[in-house]
Design a binder for this molecule. Structure first.
Ligand code: BES
Ligand code: MN
Ligand code: ZN
Length: 524
């Protein structure tokens, strides 16, 4: 099994091999192994075997409380000939009763990154299953490895090497996932392959999100989506400015008006259930390649983070790639509303009135509330023209959701509580955690306009809810819809690196979108 990390998008030449073999960490010969340890108990299993070869060094660290084995605590060292592997990473899992899938994901990432720091190129680890399904745990381990080792170094040249004393050049070349028993090989290989597909897709989303807006305009984003679609056998088309005019997508076009870079409504269609072409689900992403705020200009501090305002769109494109590769029996349409929000001579202005493709009029009172405008036409197109249901949208929509939930959970807003429940469950499994927010009708009052059907900004209070209500107003009657406000969860700005989650745009909710499509296919 070979991972061609990012190479399909020509963003990086980095390659890494991912293998599954029979063996144990204590016997494995190579540059480094990862072992995991539960808190408040003596060593067992692989960790105990490795510890015996090390004359009890890990147990002594536990006894002396130098190493607590708390979740997120880990360290690594050279084995000095005591083991066939040259380096050992020891990763705390916390208490056994709290162990769950996302801890396996993070542990794999923390261990692999520690070994990379120590110069290892070929590493191995076993799957920690304790109480988990073997396939789920193996998949999570692979996801953790592939996502954890992600780095975006496209713009570093050799000039960086003497400037920064850092480990950023060492590259892991192979990761071997060890199983104790040959009878597990088939299950674990299939699960690791799923994990690889999901991890790779997630990294694709990160790569797109990281790419700066001078290199990633709406048309460039569309080209990446086209290339991915052709490679994976998806139907693909773009609604360009002229076609959007024909369709009356005035909200979408209004946002794009101030930019020299034309917009693109990107459409990718996967036909997994060709006998029922009239049915299908929709995945929609906000694709603002740069959000300056427009005439309602944003302050300078942190504006650079707005290159990531297409993160929802990136996750949509990436999810479509994974769905095409995992082949569920369901039709899935991905739509990305891509545009650049700029103050230009032709920009839309506060006070302007736009008409969306469903005929509704919108008074603009803040050009910085642009995500909901491009999404208004995208959800109308998805639910009215394409008749998709349920539809999910993902958007870095509001600063307000960062205030409410921070970076640890995305806000979920829906016209169907069952969807919220499904998204909650998926989040606990994928680690892309969600939290439902209220949508009482009173909140809609903030969008009352004296001049048009709606105004686009409801002001500061309950900002993420009024933003969601705006989008909901363009969902065709009868269609189920949920909106994920990922402005915090996607980890832009101050978001820190933790485990498999990288420091910047982290690709969420790629795996949630994929898992949702898989579940909907099974539910039929
Ligand atoms: N893209 C921003 C939201 C954002 C902020 C994403 C911080 C990630 C980090 C969005 O287009 C925006 O500007 N929202 C406004 C809405 C307001 C004008 C109603 C906001 O949150 O201030
Ligand atoms: Mn904005
Ligand atoms: Zn925005």
């Amino acid at each position: 099994m070979t991972i061609l990390r990012n190479t399909s998008y020509n963003f990086s030449e980095e390659q890494m091999e991912l293998k599954v073999e029979v063996g144990t960490p204590a016997q494995w010969r190579g540059d480094g192994i990862v072992v995991t340890v539960f808190q408040n108990e003596s060593l067992s299993g692989d960790a105990a075997q490795v510890d015996r070869a090390l004359n009890g060094a890990i147990q002594r660290a536990l006894d002396s409380k130098e190493f607590s084995a708390r979740y997120t605590i880990h360290y690594a060292f050279y084995s000095m000939g005591a083991l066939p592997a040259a380096r050992v990473a020891v990763v705390g899992l916390g208490k056994r009763e709290k162990f769950k899938l996302d801890r396996a994901r993070r542990a794999a990432a923390d261990g692999a990154k520690d070994l990379r720091k120590l110069g290892a190129k070929h590493i191995a680890l076993a799957v920690t299953t304790d109480g988990l399904d073997l396939a789920d745990a193996a998949q999570a381990t692979a996801e953790g490895i592939v996502m954890g080792l992600f780095r975006f170094q496209k713009y570093y040249t050799e000039a960086a090497d003497p400037l920064w004393e850092d480990d950023f050049r060492n590259q892991i070349e192979s990761v071997t996932i060890l199983v104790p028993d040959a009878a597990q090989l088939d299950t674990v290989r299939a699960a690791v392959e799923r994990g690889r597909i999901l991890g790779e897709a997630n990294n694709f989303a990160r790569t797109l999100a990281n790419e700066p807006s001078n290199h990633l305009t709406p048309l460039h984003l569309a080209e990446h989506a086209r290339e991915m679609s052709e490679k994976n056998g998806l139907e693909f088309y773009v609604i360009d400015r002229a076609k959007a005019q024909e369709k009356g997508m005035g909200a979408f076009l209004g946002v794009a008006q101030g930019s020299q870079n034309p917009p693109a409504m990107i459409v990718m269609r996967y036909w997994g259930d060709a006998e029922h072409k009239d049915k299908g689900i929709g995945l929609i992403g906000k694709g603002i390649t740069f959000d300056s705020g427009g005439i309602s200009l944003k302050p300078a501090d942190g504006m650079e983070n707005m290159k990531g305002d297409m993160s929802g769109g990136a996750a949509t494109i990436a999810a479509m790639q994974a769905i095409a590769q995992l082949k569920p029996k369901i039709n899935v349409t991905g739509i990305v509303a891509a545009a650049e929000n700029m103050p230009g001579g032709n920009a839309f202005k506060p006070g302007d009135i736009l008409r969306a493709m469903n005929g509704m009029t919108i008074e603009i009172n803040n050009t910085d509330a642009e995500g909901r405008l491009v999404l208004a036409d995208a959800v109308a197109y998805a639910t009215k023209d394409l008749k998709l249901s349920p539809v999910l949208d993902a958007a870095t929509l509001t600063g307000a959701v960062v205030v409410a939930l921070g970076v640890y959970r995305a806000g979920v807003f829906t016209n169907d509580d069952e969807l919220a429940e499904t998204l909650y469950e998926i989040g606990e499994k994928t680690g892309e955690k969600n939290w439902q927010m209220p949508m009482d009708e009173e909140y809609l009052l903030a969008l009352r306009s004296d001049w048009a059907d709606l105004k686009n900004s409801g002001g500061r209070s309950a900002g993420s809810i009024t933003g969601a209500w705006f989008i909901r107003s363009f969902v065709e009657k009868g269609a189920k819809w949920a909106h994920l406000d990922i402005a915090g969860a996607v980890n832009l700005g101050d978001g820190k690196e933790r485990g498999y989650i990288n420091k910047w745009g982290n690709g969420t909710p790629t795996r949630t979108f994929v898992e949702f499509a898989l579940q909907q296919a099974n539910a039929k």
